[in-house]
Structures are given as C-alpha cells and as structure tokens.
Design a protein around this ligand. Structure first.
Ligand code: DP6
Length: 340
C-alpha cells in the first residue's frame, strides 16, 4: 500500500446493566464474566486515522492536545494488529475528539476504542464485518466491543484459557427502540477517576476475598437480566442492574478499590426516594463516583428535578439508546458496523 489511506468513524459510549469486571488469566483482554449494556446517543467520539508514508511513528491528537504516552501506547497496540492484518507497515496520524467532557462520568475508552477500531480497519482497507471490528476493539478495552453495536448489546465471557487464535465479539440483544428508557447521568465530580478500570480489576482479582463470589454470581445475574430485557420487564431489569452494580462494587471495595464518594451515596438515596414515590428509577455506577439512573422517558422531568437537587450532583445529563459505530466520509455517513 502506498500514499495515504484515511477513514473517519463515530462511536458512542455505553452503560453496562450487567457489569464486566475482571479478566481471564492470559493475554488478549478476555472478560471473565458476561456483560449486557445499552449504547447511548447524543454523546460521541469522532476519530480519523490516516496511514501515511514518511511518518517515523504513530501520532495522536486527543481533544486538541498531543496524547500522553500511556494513551499512545494503547492506541499503537491496536494499530499494530491492524497493520499485521493488512500486511503493511505505514505509521498513522490519529485525531480523536469527544463531544462530551472526559469527566462527564461516561467512559470515553469504550467510544474511543470502538471509533478507533472501525476507522483504523477501514483506513487500512480491511472491509471487516462488525463482529471483527468488535473483537479488535475488545482487545484494547472490553467495554469498547459493545460500543461497536447500537441498542442493547451483550458480550460473553472469554474462554477459560484463551489462546492467540481465540476471538470474542459483542452482539446485539435488541434494537435501540426495544425499550422505553432514559439514562440520567448524575455527574458528581469534575476530576478524573482515581483508579482506572483495568487497574481496579487487577487489584480486585489479586486482593478481594469476594472476587470468587463475584465470578460465580455475575453470570447468573447477567442471564436473568438479559431475560428481563428481552421480556421488556423494566423493574426486573432495574433490580438486576442494581444487583450487578452492588456486587461489583462490593468485590472491588473489599480490595480497597473505592469509587464511591459522598455525593454518590446521596444520589443513591435519592433514587430510593423516587422509588418510594412510585417512580421506577434504578441506579448503576461504574469505575467512578457518578450515578447513572434508569428511568422511563415519561419520568425524566420529575426524576431529573429530584436528582439535580441532591447536594454534590453537579449536573444531570439525559442520554437515550442509540446507534453503533459508523463511518463518516465527508458529507456521506455510511452505517457500517452498526447492526441496528
Ligand atoms: C465498570 O472496558 O474500561 O465500566 O478492558 O481494561 O479497558 P478494560 O476495561 P473497561 O472496563 C469497564 C468496566 C465497567 C463495567 C462495564 O462497562 O461493563
């Protein structure tokens, strides 16, 4: 391949109902438990990859600034896989921007690696189906495998002893319009999270006395949760989302990995108050202090007002189910990897 090969992709963050927390032993970043999530619209990462002659290394601009070494190393690992698959050696110039602040409480790694996987594979001339793009994204960040697809998405646990030949992609459980759902993101802090999820998972696996219990429980919670989702049973979905969240955080906390802050607990109490008033509202938290609240769209004004009044909740974002990753070519946006 000669000259410049370029592609631009957009992807959106996702929120897990059934949490991925913990990895299989061995290489390949295979999750130890299954997860179920919803991909959100409104918030986006847009990434352009240009493989060019004459570059002496990969370069990356992230939100207008040169990416730090850790981010660049993670990106280069993915580009190396793409170069190997496409059998060429050109370095790339990557430009990526989020239209939501990194501190918004929504993981930018999921949308970031989903957009990068689609843009890089397409720029390299690999016309991969969505499941291969999802597998590529998973190797960098497992939650990113789910953002390749729109709507409601699942990712299985990886094989117990993964080999280099194994692959694992996310898949669609239901389209974005399957369930009447809004996710209210209660932002409780502007700072970066204290322990990144990869490190938090490692500490939990190494030190938590409850990690084995989490590994045993998580698949059962995920299976029941998926059934509730398919059956459109909003309350069962919400209760199982809370069960997954609290089990994940309890296992992490027992290893000293603490993501919750005072405002997190106060927002959780407010969610219970809403339920006490007859509003179907259920909470979830990821590797950070923010609380995401599942409600029906008709309850958004009332729930937003109640949550925004909690001391320590800085703002409440209203996110809805949306599309998977797709290619953007100038004025022409082609639905590519999205299966919805
Ligand atoms: C709590 O996908 O960020 O958000 O694979 O190490 O990059 P890596 O981890 P990541 O973990 C996400 C953890 C979570 C739960 C979830 O999204 O399922």
């Amino acid at each position: 391949m000669t000259g410049t090969r370029t592609a631009t992709a957009i992807a959106h963050p996702n929120i897990a109902f059934a949490k991925y927390w913990g990895k299989r032993v061995g290489d390949g970043n295979f999750p130890a438990v299954p997860s179920v999530s919803v991909t959100l619209r409104g918030l986006s990462t847009q990434t352009t990859v240009a493989f060019r002659e004459g570059l002496t290394g990969d370069r990356m601009m992230l939100d207008g600034a040169v990416a730090d070494d850790a981010v660049l190393a993670r990106m280069t690992a993915m580009l190396d896989r793409v170069r190997a698959a496409a059998s060429f050696a050109l370095f790339a110039e990557v430009t990526s921007a989020n239209d939501f602040p990194t501190a918004s409480g929504l993981a930018s790694s999921a949308s970031g690696f989903a957009a990068l996987a689609l843009a890089a594979s397409r720029a390299a001339g690999l016309d991969w189906p969505a499941d291969k793009v999802s597998d590529l994204a998973r190797r960098s960040s497992a939650s990113a495998a789910r953002s390749v697809f729109g709507g409601f998405v699942e990712l299985d646990a990886g094989p117990v002893a993964p080999t280099a030949d194994d692959s694992l992609a996310a898949r669609v459980v239901a389209r974005a319009d399957h369930l009447d759902l809004a996710v209210l993101v209660c932002v409780t802090s502007e700072g970066k999270k204290s322990v990144a999820s990869t490190a938090g998972m490692r500490a939990t696996a190494e030190r938590s006395p409850y990690y084995a219990t989490w590994l045993a429980e998580a698949p059962q919670i995920a299976a029941r949760l998926k059934a509730a989702l398919v059956a459109k049973d909003f309350d069962a979905l919400g209760e199982l989302t809370e069960a997954s969240t609290f089990a994940m955080h309890a296992s992490a906390m027992a290893a000293g990995v603490l993501y919750l802050r005072g405002a997190t607990i106060d927002a959780l109490a407010a969610v219970r108050e809403l339920r006490g008033q007859g509003v179907a509202a259920y909470a979830t938290m990821d590797a950070g202090p923010h609380v995401k609240v599942l409600v029906k769209t008709g309850d958004v004004p009332r729930a937003t007002a109640h949550l925004a009044a909690v001391q320590g909740v800085l703002r409440v974002l209203d996110a809805r189910p949306g599309d998977g990753a797709h290619i953007v070519d100038g004025a022409n946006a082609t639905a590519a990897a999205s299966a919805t």
